[in-house]
Design a protein around this ligand. Structure first.
Ligand code: DAH
Length: 348
C-alpha cells in the first residue's frame, strides 16, 4: 500500500510537470500504458496465490483509479490554462480609442448647393429634371427662339463636338440649362396630348453647362438651374414670389430684397435680370446679379408643342456656382473646380 501511495504521488508530480496535452499523454503512458508502472504491477498478480490475488488486485485497481483521477484533474487544469491563454491572446481592449478613418469623403459644395436648391423648389411643388449635356443645335438655340446667325448666340459661345446632329449641325456642350425647358415641356405636352386640360408645368433642371470663358468669376464648365412654370394663368408676380421665397430659404434669411431689371433674352418677353440685396451681413447693401428670367416667349411655348394662346408662364436661369459663392463666402469660382482638398475639406 505504501508503495502504491508513492506511485500516486509520483504520477501526480509527473502529470504536474507536463505543460502540454502531448507531454501529459507521454506521462500517462509511463503509469497507465502497456509498459507502464500499473501494468507491471498487474503482471505480478499472476504469480500470487488466489487469496492474495484478490486483495492485491483490488488494491491495484484503486491505485489505477487514483492515478486516473490525477490524470483527469491535470487534463482539466491544462485545458483551462489553455483557454485562459487563448482568451488573453484574443482579448479586446474595449477602452482603446477606435481608429479614425484618415479622410471622410463629403459632398462637393456645388453638389450641396444643388441639393438645397432641389429641396427648396421641391417644397414649392417643382419637379426636378435632368437632361443631356451634349445638345443639338435646335434645343440649345433654335427652339429657344435664338435662330442661326442671331447676334444673341454669341452671348453663349460654347464648345462643339465633332459629330453632327440629324439636321447636319454640330452637337454642342449646352451653354445653358434652358434646353431643358423645351425637353421637359415637350414630354409633358405629349403625355397630356388630346386631353381637355393639362396639369401645370412646374420644374427645375439643375446641371452642368459650358462656355468659352475663364477667369475668377467664369469657368468653362459651370452650373445652372433652370426654372419653368407654365399654366393658363402664371404671371410675373408668381415668378417674383417663388424666387423671393427661394433666395430667402437658400440664404436662410428674410432680410433680403429682389430687384427685376429689364434685360433681353431671345426666349423671354419681357425679360429681366434678377438682382438680390442682403439687408445685413458682409454683402449688405450691394445689388448682386443672381438670375436671368422672363415670361416665356410665345414662339418658345409653340416650340414646346403647346398652344401659345392658352399657355403662359415664366422661366429663369440662375448660376448655381454664384449662389454657392455667395452662400459659402468663396471669392474665386475656380476654387470649386481645382479639387484641392485644403479647400474642399472645409465643407465636410
Ligand atoms: N439661359 C440664360 C443664360 O444662360 C439664362 C436665362 C435667362 C434663363 C432668362 C431663363 C430665362 O430661363 O428666362 O444666360
Amino acid at each position: 500500500m505504501h508503495q502504491s501511495m508513492d506511485l500516486v504521488v509520483s504520477a501526480r508530480a509527473a502529470f504536474a510537470a507536463a505543460s502540454t496535452a502531448a507531454e501529459l499523454e507521454n506521462a500517462k503512458a509511463r503509469f497507465l500504458g502497456k509498459a507502464g508502472a500499473v501494468t507491471e504491477l498487474m503482471k505480478e498478480l499472476a504469480g500470487l496465490p488466489v487469496e492474495q490475488k484478490k486483495t492485491r488486485g483490488a488494491e491495484i485497481n484503486r491505485l489505477k483509479q487514483a492515478i486516473e483521477a490525477e490524470l483527469q484533474a491535470r487534463r482539466a487544469a491544462l485545458a483551462e490554462a489553455e483557454l485562459k491563454a487563448q482568451l488573453k491572446a484574443e482579448a479586446l481592449d474595449v477602452t482603446l480609442p477606435g481608429r479614425r478613418p484618415a479622410a471622410n469623403g463629403s459632398l462637393h459644395p456645388i453638389g450641396r448647393a444643388m441639393e438645397r436648391i432641389e429641396a427648396i423648389f421641391g417644397s414649392m411643388g417643382f419637379d426636378v429634371a435632368d437632361g443631356p449635356e451634349i445638345e443639338t443645335d435646335w434645343y440649345s438655340f433654335t427652339a429657344l427662339n435664338n435662330p442661326e446667325n442671331h447676334p444673341a448666340r454669341s452671348m453663349q459661345d460654347t464648345f462643339y463636338v465633332d459629330v453632327n446632329d440629324a439636321e447636319g449641325r454640330p452637337l454642342n456642350l449646352r451653354p445653358h440649362t434652358s434646353p431643358m425647358q423645351i425637353r421637359y415641356a415637350q414630354a409633358h405636352a405629349r403625355k397630356y396630348a388630346g386631353q381637355a386640360s393639362m396639369p401645370e408645368i412646374r420644374v427645375i433642371a439643375p446641371g452642368r453647362t459650358y462656355r468659352v470663358d475663364s477667369d475668377a468669376t467664369h469657368s468653362p464648365m459651370f452650373h445652372q438651374v433652370e426654372g419653368l412654370w407654365v399654366g393658363e394663368n402664371i404671371s410675373f408676380k408668381d415668378l417674383k414670389a417663388v424666387y423671393l421665397r427661394f433666395v430667402q430659404a437658400f440664404f436662410e434669411t428674410d432680410d433680403l430684397k429682389l430687384r427685376f431689371r429689364p434685360s433681353y433674352f431671345p426666349f423671354t418677353e419681357p425679360s429681366a435680370e434678377i438682382d438680390m440685396m442682403f439687408g445685413s451681413g458682409p454683402l449688405q447693401g450691394r445689388w448682386l446679379e443672381v438670375s436671368g428670367s422672363g415670361q416665356v416667349h410665345p414662339q418658345v411655348i409653340r416650340n414646346m408643342g403647346l398652344d401659345a394662346e392658352r399657355y403662359i408662364g415664366f422661366a429663369f436661369g440662375s448660376g448655381i456656382d454664384r449662389l454657392a459663392m455667395l452662400r459659402y463666402g468663396v471669392g474665386d469660382l475656380r476654387l470649386f473646380f481645382e479639387g484641392d482638398l485644403r479647400f474642399l475639406s472645409q465643407f465636410r
